[in-house]
Design a protein around this ligand. Structure first.
Ligand code: ADP
Length: 523
């Protein structure tokens, strides 16, 4: 019974020890690699470790940070009081940073939305880090290690080192430790490896190609390519890895005197290098958050569409059942003509709603690659006649004229091809408000059957010929804003014909009319 609290506190001690060690050794490593003035580095990794520890595991781990910071400064040669001061500053930096983050942002996915990223950049990367830099440099000055004259330069070096750590290493630690990246990598492992390789190669080209001022400065723009690729394809995880890799190679090359940041004066070169790292980190943290927000919005829309269409289908199916019951009751009675004609109008509206819902479901099926085909041999000419007579009932102002014949059966999914014919014919009628004829031409073509649907309506400008097949795309112009539609008919039709091995071809001239045609294989 008594053992639980002891075990808990033991676990707590282990965590503290682990954090203290991580802080101590990364600080030693940082100082040994690229220390400025003995105590500040280009990028100060312990800042990120401290922030990540408190963010992920809670404030109670603060003694680990304090101990790590205190010991490492003692080790570096600072007097006890100075080391204590620096330890307090470093601990407060992490506590204040995480407090501000929780206080002003409650998003569960810190780097996946723009508002959180912007708040993080200002509150943590810029403000909280100032606490550690100010207290730390003040302690060094009190201890007589930094003279008054050097306060501004030490303070800025300290602050920028902490800022870069928060911007470059903290996001990496959060994403890796919270393990919300595996899916992105698992779905495209080869592309991920390719991206890593190309990022490395591009950075080596930038930093290690023969010098020449203009060439080096211009080559620097190349970093935008892999970083943009990472953001689009691998989201926040890919981006933080790429930012880290790019920064690491940039620092390493500059230390070995290669690349555009090697200047006459070392401190000037390092300042430009830090500026470069800060700019790419801020730009791409925000950019990857924008991309991830957009992707989420699209996924939410698709899920909503799928759920909404399923939900709508249920009441409409039962509505149809009720109309069938009424139909049976009034069957053959001639004394209630208004009821009979109203019922047939209701049925037509139900059919339209069903088609609309089926279209929305088909968009989801195509997205999920679940659009199935049930192919069989059938007479396409008969199907065209059926569709035409169905549509003709509703369109009082247009005459659909069918020309030509087909000599062979085709092998395809009858219902789906029917759907394509309905979509193309409905469009031909919808977008011909001032013409009264729509033409269907049937033609044999070697071992294929061709269907052409021609109208003499508003037509389509060549700029839109391909893009109208995109999901939800509608040409918004003065001509058709009042013409209803969702912009999915052509998308579904194109996909159905594509799955039959063909494609819908378009010929159209603005103001003169359009011709949509497709071929299907004969048996
Ligand atoms: P919807 O008709 O519901 O908007 P579609 O995917 O069927 O969706 O068509 C996409 C767009 O292509 C339409 O909004 C319209 O601008 C254009 N379009 C399609 N068919 C024709 C046509 N026969 N004539 C003129 N424009 C057309």
């Amino acid at each position: 019974m008594d053992r639980l609290p002891i075990r808990l506190s033991l676990w707590y001690l282990i965590q503290l020890l682990f954090l203290c060690n991580a802080y101590f050794f990364t600080a030693r490593l940082g100082l040994s690699l690229d220390a400025v003035g003995g105590f500040a580095t280009l990028v100060w990794p312990p800042t990120a470790i401290a922030l990540a520890a408190l963010y992920l595991y809670g404030y109670r781990l603060w003694p680990g940070i304090f101990l790590g910071a205190f010991l490492v400064n003692l080790w570096t040669g600072a007097p006890i009081l100075v080391a204590l001061g620096i330890g307090i500053g470093n601990t407060l930096e992490a506590i204040i940073g995480i407090y501000l983050l929780h206080r002003f942002d409650d998003s569960p996915h810190l780097f996946e939305n723009v508002r959180s990223v912007v708040k993080f950049i200002f509150l943590v990367a810029f403000i909280a880090t100032l606490v550690s830099a100010t207290i730390g440099v003040f302690s060094l000055w009190l201890g007589g290690i930094v003279p008054s004259l050097n306060i501004p330069i030490t303070l800025s070096a300290w602050w920028v080192g902490d800022i870069l750590s928060a911007l470059i290493i903290f996001p990496l630690l959060i994403i890796v430790l919270s393990k919300n990246y595996t899916n992105t990598i698992k779905s495209n492992p080869w592309e991920a490896i390719g991206l890593l390789l190309i990022t490395t190669i591009i950075n080596v080209i930038i930093f290690w190609s023969p010098s020449g001022e203009l060439r080096e400065a211009s080559l620097l723009y190349l970093v935008f390519l892999p970083l943009t690729w990472s953001a689009f394809r691998f989201g926040v995880f890919g981006t933080v890895i790429s930012i880290f890799l790019t920064s690491r190679i940039a620092i390493w090359s500059t230390v070995y005197e290669h690349g555009p940041f090697v200047q006459m004066s070392l401190s000037e070169g390092l300042t430009y290098l830090q500026l470069f790292m800060a700019v790419i980190a801020i730009t791409f943290l925000v950019f990857s958050a924008v991309v991830s927000e957009l992707k989420k919005a699209v996924a939410t829309r698709d899920t909503f569409m799928n759920i909404a269409s399923h939900e709508l289908k249920t009441p409409i199916t039962s509505l149809r059942l009720y109309t069938q019951v009424i139909e049976k009751q009034i069957n053959g009675r001639e004394d209630i003509p208004i009821l009979t004609s109203s019922l047939s109008k209701i049925n037509r509206q139900i059919d339209k709603l069903m088609t609309l819902i089926e279209d929305l479901l088909n968009v989801s099926r195509i997205q999920l690659d679940k659009l199935e085909l049930h192919q069989e041999a059938f007479d396409l000419q008969v199907l065209v006649q059926e569709v035409v007579s169905d549509i003709q009932v509703d369109s009082l102002h247009h005459t659909i004229v069918t020309k030509g014949t087909l000599s062979k059966n085709i092998f395809a999914d009858r219902d789906r091809i029917g759907q394509v014919l309905i979509n193309l014919l409905n469009n031909a009628i919808k977008y011909s408000p001032h013409a009264d004829t729509v033409l269907i031409v049937l033609k044999d073509e070697k071992d294929k059957a061709r269907v052409i649907i021609q109208d003499f309506g508003i037509g389509i400008h060549p700029d839109h010929h391909q893009i109208i097949f995109n999901r939800f795309y509608r040409i918004i112009s003065a001509n058709n804003t009042e013409i209803p539609g969702l912009g999915i008919g052509l998308f579904i039709s194109q996909e159905i014909i594509r799955r039959h091995g063909g494609q819908i071809e378009i010929k159209s001239e603005l103001g003169k009319g359009s011709e949509f045609s497709f071929c299907l294989a004969c048996t």
